[in-house]
Design a protein around this ligand. Structure first.
Ligand SMILES: NC(=O)c1ccc[n+]([C@@H]2O[C@H](COP(=O)([O-])OP(=O)(O)OC[C@H]3O[C@@H](n4cnc5c(N)ncnc54)[C@H](O)[C@@H]3O)[C@@H](O)[C@H]2O)c1
Length: 264
């Protein structure tokens, strides 16, 4: 119960890291507001977590709120809905994100629309989420936690260059906000995963991820010095620590969840 009674918002909670973190935060005693642009995936997460739409499920510690992180007003509404439901906000996990074009695509393959969409979701979403969380934390006057999902692709040169540039921005927002908000005891950290081949990350907008072949999983695992793939549950475990009071003196940290990838 390392997050007992903490109230957390998790964006991108319909899948992957956001879903795994929702389940783990609830198991650690938190109350969770799941947010996602995909209503169907969001409902699945809330049901898996034992809640029900509109609070009709058995577990009233979890609700779902549809939210598009590219729309600033959605993030304001999300924070308001959290406070309406649970009375406070303690943790904002800005996790929603999308990948770049498929493997092998180069910078000149991107259209302006694809570039803007990447930045809108991956960077503006973190800015809006942070902005309304910080406003609320300051009103409450008791500190708070922002946890962003960056990437190792924002720390080192990586195949997906334009995607990596958005994650470099997330990583920099994390460090800058950590310094700006320290006087209000608002901690800002990022988890930076390496390759997670088992999330929905590479799915098209309108469909679920197709299971990947085992030899692809093996290739991905071999990229990491520890020889294992990174999982959404690995990220959730790190998120529990960074969101908890055990990390009260940890801020501005970009924590690679990467089996040693960036240490090379
Ligand atoms: N999978 C990887 O290899 C990997 C590696 C490093 C970092 N990451 C980062 O981890 C985070 C989570 O990714 P994942 O692997 O769990 O992927 P995922 O696709 O399984 O989950 C991402 C979720 O974000 C949601 N989302 C997309 N656009 C949104 C929007 N506009 N508003 C609200 N929600 C939106 C999706 O519907 C989905 O439920 C992302 O920020 C991603 O960049 C992923």
């Amino acid at each position: 119960m390392r997050l007992k009674d903490k109230v957390a918002v998790i964006t991108g909670a319909g899948s992957g890291v956001g879903r795994a973190t929702t389940l783990r935060f609830l198991a650690e005693g938190a109350k969770v507001v799941c947010a996602d642009v995909r209503q169907d995936w969001l409902e699945e997460t809330v049901e898996l977590a034992g809640g029900g739409q509109s609070g009709s499920g058995a577990d009233d510690s979890v609700i779902g709120v549809r939210c598009d992180v590219t729309v600033e007003a959605d993030l304001e509404r999300l924070v308001d809905a959290t406070v309406d439901q649970f009375g406070t906000l303690d943790v904002m996990h800005n996790n929603a994100g999308i990948t770049g074009l498929k493997a092998g695509a180069t910078t000149e393959d991107y259209t302006e629309a694809e570039w803007r969409r990447l930045w809108d979701i991956n960077v503006s979403g973190v800015f809006y989420g942070s902005k309304y969380a910080i406003r609320r934390f300051k009103q409450q006057g008791a500190g708070g936690v922002i946890l962003n999902t960056g990437s190792v692709a924002g720390m080192v040169g990586f195949g997906s260059v334009l995607y990596g540039s958005t994650k470099g921005a997330v990583n920099q927002l994390t460090k800058g906000l950590a310094v700006e908000c320290a006087k209000d005891d608002i901690r800002v950290n990022a988890i930076c995963p390496a390759a997670m081949p088992l999330t929905n990350f590479s799915a098209a907008d309108d469909k679920k991820f197709e299971p990947v072949a085992q030899d692809f999983v093996d290739i991905v695992a071999s990229i990491h010095p520890l020889g294992r793939i990174i999982t959404a549950e690995d990220c959730a475990a790190a998120a529990v620590y960074l969101a908890s009071d055990e990390a009260k003196n940890i801020t501005g940290v970009l924590l690679p969840i990467d089996g040693g990838y960036v240490a090379q």
